[in-house]
Structure formats: structure tokens, C-alpha cells
Design a binder for this molecule. Structure first.
Ligand code: AMP
Length: 545
């Protein structure tokens, strides 16, 4: 027997319709590429999203076809989130930090029909446009008078001129909730990137889940600053959850340095911010160096790579900002787990609470997770046993775009997504990543967590960033070494840093060597690129070999 409730598809357009009707005057503030601050409301966002939908109709882009963006976080990009997806097209957000060859590759693979870009990325578009035959319209996200006369890009139009000519009267189509809504390519450190295709249903469910109190706890009383780029897994879903809650949104545009981010936080009364550790490191360095405080910022979600414990402590103790450590992937929309304490943890001493906060946290309802051994059997939740992390749920990938399904079937025939991460899970369900499986260091038959080794180095006052990798060893198979970059003007010797490890980890886990580098190589989403570091250290030999 079926239930007798109204059947309404879960659609992205319903989020913007809600925001317009119930939070029409809610503010959206953006630092633009031009450097100035732009302000408008959800009402104008909805209106201009409908204009964009009409402009796509006029251009004859069929539903299901891809419309790409290469853009910073800002209001025009947000209009694409709703205008493109809401009208049934698929928004393909491209990471501009990828190599131009890779950008051309994914534009062709996605068969993008329209590509809208911020003027910052004009040189990138100039370099790739001739290699992208599927794109029938190039749009610069700017005013008509900012359009360069001689861009060399055929038919280049300004976004304002393009959507300005379109009507704002538009009825969002009631499409199947399982229709594709947006896509993101994985960063693909090896091989070609893979396309992850989100649906209206997966995105809407994720938007609800992300707003829950034990997740980002978003509400109409918040002012939210997504520093995490809108091309990095949909800014972790914040644009959608923002429309769902009606919170104020503050977009940083291209200015991600500590000073600019701090100024925006203070000027706009930001209560909640989201970003990867490398960005927060810049912010912390700035506020400390200038003796500043946060007057409104209450909490920040940090994920994308392991958040160093020293950062959690600094935010909490020095600035009264609660850090929510989160784990996710492009394939998981991205939120999988987030670290918030349970009632029974509230009485624990601060040091013990911090140990919990270092973990990547508990599964968000909707996501199920488990760890398995080499034989595929589930391992115990004892906080010690580590295994391959598998996840499943309505916003977790089933198959790659034009690709295969990586799912692993369990004994009941249920498919699980293998994350490629190695983790422990404790009795309270707190998951902790020990490594990417390819980064785990195997020494004498035992595993060493590179994240643990990095976290200790990063707790040293002279160190900005640390990357631990395994080096071949004839007796032990592999031994860890740690590459570190130092804070400007700071110094520490190899011996001092190795001594710093004593008492903080088992003796056999202490790295065999320290390599000082100018900077740790970072990938397109701000994560350490260990493959590159290994290349840089080619020819390196462990001491004594
Ligand atoms: P991407 O799909 O490029 O966002 O990368 C996803 C990968 O980033 C995950 O599989 C993890 O290896 C890593 N990652 C994400 N969040 C965290 C975290 N909080 N701690 C450690 N690793 C993380």
C-alpha cells in the first residue's frame, strides 16, 4: 500500500523558490574579481537565476546537457548553481587550478555546451578554447563594458548582457528527482580525472543533512563564509544548504589570503566558515601576527585533508572558535562524517575532548560506513583496528560518468563505495583516517600513519607544513621520513625536530630523517601532493644506506 502524501520530487529549484518566498531579503555578499563588494538578496538571486534559465532556453541548450563554470565563489556562480541545475541542465564546476591540458580534457569528456568564466581565468580559457569543440557559447562573468575587445575567443559574451536580455518569468520544470544536476571531476593524481554526477535528489538530501545541528548547524541566524571553492565539490554543499536555511552568505571571491578573509569575517559578522587546513593556516598566521581577535566567528568546519591538532587547539583556546573536523570526498557529495561531541563527552576534560575532535567524526545520518580487512570482512569498532573504509548512502557515488561502478558487493549483495582511505572507528562511531591507502607506510610488517607523523611535526612552533612519506629500506621494507617547510624567520635543526618526536609516538615510528623544503607541493584543491614530493626527492637515500 502506498502512503497518501503529496508526491513532490526533491529538486534544487525548490530550494531557491523557498529562499525567495521565505527569506527574500536575506543577504548575499560577494567580494568580486574587480575587488569591490557586491550585495543583494535571495530575491534577486532567484530572479536572476530564472533569467539565466531563460537565456539557456533561448540558446537551445537541451535539458541534461552540461553548462560549465570556471569561477571563484560569488553571486554569479551561485546563480549558475540554481539557474543551470534548476532548469534541468547540469552544472559542471571546473577547478581552474588544474593543468590546462586537464581542463581541456574534462571539458571534452563532459561535452560542455556553454562555459562561463571569471575574467581572472581569461588566459586559461584563451589557452584551451580551440581544443574544446563542444562548447558553443563562451560567457565572461562580467559587465558588458569589462569585456575585452580582442579576447580571441569567438562570440565571447558578457554574462550581464546575456542574462540581462532574458525575462525573469520562468516556471521551474518538475523533472525527475533522479535527474543529473551537477558534476565535478576528481582531482585524479594518477590517470585521468573521473566525473562524479550528482542528482537533484542526492543534492537536496545532502543539503538537509548538512544543515543538521550535529553537522554544520546552519540556520537563518547564521552568516556563512564558504572559503572552500564552489568548484571543490559544490563548496561542500553550502550554497544549497544556505538557500534551505536562509542564512546570510558571504563569498570571498578570489581573495583567500589571511588579511582579506579576516576583514570579510569581521565586516560581515560571519558566524560560520568552511575551508581546508591550508587556508586556515594563512588566516591564523595573519590574526596572530597582528594580535587580532574574532568578534563574531563561532565555528568553522575544516576538512579536505587532516586538520592538524595544533590548529584545533589554536582556534579553540586562542580565539574561542569551535573546530568541526569533517571528512568527505568528491564521490560523497562530499559530507560523510563530521566531528561533534555527544552528550556524554561534555563533562570530559578539555584535553580529552580535543583528542576526540582530532578524529574525522561520526557518520551523518544517511551515510553508513564500515572498515574491512584484506578479506573484505568487517573489522571491529574499537578505535584501534584499522582497515579500508567503505561507505554507502543516497548521496554516495554509484558509477562514474561514462565509466564503471567501483562498488564492492557485501555478502548480502549490497554495494559499498571503497574510499581508498584507511581508518579506525571507535565504539561511539567516531571514525579516524590514518591514511590514504597508497600513503600508508609499511615498516617491518607494521603500518605507520603518515598523518600522525605529520601532526607531531606541525605541532612544533617552527613548522608550517609537514609531509611524511615512506622510503624504501632493505630490512624494514619502508621507513618514514618527514619533509617540512618552516615559518618565515623560524629555525629548527634535524636533530631538534627528531628529538621533538620522543615521547609523542612509539620509538620505531619516529622518522629516520627530516628533509627541509621551501614549500610542500600542493594539488589543485590545496591538498599535499605526495606524488610530486616523491618526484622532488628522487635519488634521496635514507641515512646510513
Ligand atoms: P577529494 O575527492 O579530492 O575531495 O579527496 C577526498 C580525499 O581527501 C579523501 O578520500 C581523504 O583521503 C581526504 N580527506 C578529506 N577530508 C579529510 C580529513 N578530514 N582528514 C583526512 N583526509 C581527508
Amino acid at each position: 500500500m502506498l502512503g497518501l502524501m503529496q508526491s513532490q520530487p526533491l529538486l534544487i529549484s525548490s530550494l531557491i523558490t523557498f529562499a525567495e518566498r521565505h527569506h527574500g531579503d536575506g543577504e548575499i555578499v560577494s567580494r568580486r574579481v574587480e575587488g569591490d563588494i557586491h550585495r543583494y538578496t535571495y530575491r534577486e538571486l532567484a530572479q536572476r537565476s530564472r533569467q539565466l534559465a531563460n537565456a539557456l532556453e533561448a540558446l537551445g541548450v537541451p535539458q541534461g546537457e552540461r553548462v560549465a563554470s570556471i569561477a571563484w565563489n560569488g553571486y554569479r556562480h551561485m546563480e549558475m548553481y540554481f539557474g543551470v541545475s534548476g532548469s534541468g541542465r547540469v552544472l559542471h564546476t571546473i577547478n581552474p587550478r588544474l593543468h590546462p591540458e586537464q581542463v581541456a580534457w574534462i571539458v571534452n569528456h563532459a561535452e560542455d555546451q556553454v562555459l562561463c568564466f571569471d575574467m581572472t581565468f581569461l588566459p586559461l580559457v584563451q589557452a584551451v578554447h580551440a581544443k574544446c569543440p563542444t562548447v558553443k557559447k563562451w560567457v565572461a562573468l562580467c559587465d558588458a563594458d569589462k569585456l575585452p575587445a580582442d579576447s580571441g575567443i569567438p562570440g565571447l559574451t558578457s554574462y550581464e548582457e546575456w542574462i540581462g536580455a532574458a525575462s525573469s518569468t520562468y516556471a521551474w520544470p518538475q523533472i525527475d528527482e533522479n535527474s543529473a544536476s551537477s558534476m565535478c571531476y576528481t582531482s585524479g593524481t594518477t590517470g585521468n580525472p573521473k566525473g562524479v554526477l550528482y542528482s537533484h535528489r542526492s543534492t537536496t538530501l545532502h543539503a538537509y543533512a548538512a544543515a543538521l545541528p550535529d553537522v554544520m548547524n546552519l540556520s537563518a541566524r547564521d552568516a556563512v563564509l564558504p572559503v572552500v571553492p564552489m568548484f571543490h565539490v559544490n563548496a561542500w554543499g553550502i550554497p544549497y544548504s544556505a538557500a534551505l536555511t536562509g542564512c546570510k552568505v558571504v563569498f570571498p571571491g578570489p581573495a583567500l589570503d589571511g588579511k582579506s578573509v579576516y576583514e570579510l569575517v569581521e565586516a560581515e559578522g560571519v558566524t560560520f566558515a568552511a575551508g581546508v587546513p591550508t587556508v586556515w593556516q594563512m588566516l591564523l598566521t595573519h590574526v596572530r601576527a597582528n594580535g587580532l581577535k574574532f568578534s563574531t566567528l563561532k565555528r568553522t568546519v575544516i576538512g579536505g585533508s587532516a586538520c592538524p591538532p595544533a590548529m584545533i587547539t589554536a582556534f579553540q583556546e586562542e580565539f574561542g572558535v569551535n573546530v568541526l573536523h569533517a571528512w568527505g570526498m568528491t564521490e560523497t557529495s562530499p559530507l560523510g562524517t563530521l566531528c561533534t561531541l555527544k552528550n556524554k563527552h561534555l563533562q570530559l576534560p578539555r584535553a580529552q575532548q580535543e583528542l576526540l575532535q582530532q578524529k574525522q567524526g561520526r557518520a551523518i545520518c544517511g551515510v553508513d560506513l564500515k572498515i574491512v580487512g584484506g578479506d573484505g570482512k568487517e573489522l571491529p569498532w574499537d578505535g584501534k583496528t584499522y582497515g579500508d573504509l567503505l561507505v554507502r548512502g543516497p548521496w554516495i557515488l554509484d558509477s562514474y560518468f561514462k565509466g564503471d561502478s567501483p562498488l564492492i558487493k557485501d555478502e548480502n549483495g549490497v554495494g559499498w563505495f571503497p574510499t581508498g582511505d584507511v581508518a579506525t572507528i571507535d565504539a561511539d562511531g567516531f571514525m579516524q583516517i590514518t591514511d590514504r591507502s597508497k600513503d600508508v607506510i609499511k615498516s617491518g610488517g607494521e603500518w605507520i600513519s603518515s598523518i600522525d607523523i605529520e601532526n607531531i611535526a606541525m605541532a612544533h612552533p617552527a613548522v608550517t607544513m609537514a609531509a611524511c612519506i615512506g622510503m624504501p629500506h632493505p630490512k624494514w621494507d619502508e621507513r618514514p621520513i618527514v619533509a617540512v617547510s618552516l615559518k618565515p624567520g623560524a629555525s629548527v635543526t634535524r636533530e631538534e625536530l627528531l628529538k621533538f618526536y620522543e615521547g609523542k609516538t612509539a620509538k620505531w615510528q619516529i622518522p629516520d630523517d627530516v628533509v627541509f623544503v621551501e614549500a610542500i607541493p600542493l594539488g589543485a584543491t590545496g591538498k599535499m601532493l605526495k606524488t610530486k614530493l616523491r618526484e622532488q626527492l628522487q635519488g634521496y637515500k635514507l641515512p646510513g644506506l
